[in-house]
Design a protein around this ligand. Structure first.
Ligand code: NDP
Length: 247
């Protein structure tokens, strides 16, 4: 499993959940991996140590923080080629509630992290990727960005926005051989979905054709494919990985 040997990868929100699985998989595929955390430094440094990866604190919703992040990765001693070959925009949050109870802050913080965050990081890697004349950007969307979901007006809007952002970045950057795609997961077992009650989970599982929720590694494997040369003719796409839920 060394499809990504020699590649430099940056994953946002790599300290837990799907991001952690992507960090593990891209490391196993031979990439030199940088990943961000926001509020869990201990978990991030343990993971970095375990995998010989590199953890950097960053808030993706903040432009200065993102620009410092990209500078840190490009100038890091282990990044001798001063490249970023793969960017995975994974960092994301939820602030679920019914729309009548949803505050302006609930809206802003979810849009800022999930959508503006992907804009800021993608914009910041454009310059190095354009001069490399190669790059892969992979955005982690969600099936609810396609279907919508009650109680998630802010989150679904952020993830629907990511699909348009993906297509537009892909069209703007295609002449420089920068490929931009989105992966839209269904329900994955992480901290984000841990709040769902057992009863809700049972009902959910019965509505999924494959009859179960997924493990983070099942998203990481699709990201690893899109990041590899095997996906050299795929751009501007959203790949749904939901066990058939929305079909
Ligand atoms: P988790 O809540 O388990 O992890 C979220 C990650 O994002 C953490 O690493 C967290 O860092 C990081 N993060 C949060 N806010 C920021 C910020 N402002 N700046 C930088 N990093 C931040 O989430 P999941 O693993 O479940 O989700 C990962 C992605 O997958 C998200 O985009 C989510 O929307 C998407 N997704 C998840 C699904 C699911 O069922 N779980 C389904 C569909 C999509 P820290 O640990 O430091 O707080």
């Amino acid at each position: 499993m060394t499809k990504l040997s020699g590649k430099i990868a940056l994953i946002t929100g790599g300290s837990r959940g799907i991001g952690e699985a992507i960090v593990r998989r891209l490391s196993a595929e031979g990439a030199t991996v940088y990943f961000t955390y926001n509020s869990s430094p201990d978990k991030a440094s343990a993971l970095a140590q375990e995998l010989s990866a590199h953890a950097v604190q960053a808030d993706v919703a903040n432009a200065d923080s993102v620009n410092n992040l990209i500078k840190t990765v490009l100038e890091h001693p282990a990044n001798t080629a001063k490249r970023i070959d793969i960017l995975v925009n994974n960092a994301g949050i939820t602030k679920d509630t019914l729309v009548l109870r949803m505050s302006e802050n609930d809206w802003d913080s979810v849009i800022d992290t999930n959508l503006k965050g992907a804009f800021l990081t993608s914009k910041a890697v454009c310059k190095p990727m354009m001069s490399q004349r190669a790059g892969k950007i992979i955005n982690i969307g969600s099936i609810v960005g396609i279907t919508g979901n009650a109680g998630q007006v802010n989150y679904a809007a952020s993830k629907a926005g990511l699909i348009g952002l993906t297509k537009s970045f892909a069209k703007e950057l295609s002449s420089r051989n920068i490929l931009v795609n989105c992966v839209a997961p269904g329900y994955i077992d992480t901290d984000m979905t841990a709040k769902i009650s057992d009863e809700q989970k049972k009902a959910l599982q019965s509505s999924i054709p494959l009859g179960r929720t997924a493990q983070p590694s099942e998203i990481a494997s699709v990201v690893a494919f899109l990041a590899s040369d095997d996906a050299s003719y795929i751009t501007a796409q959203t790949i749904v990985v939901d066990g058939g839920l929305a079909a």
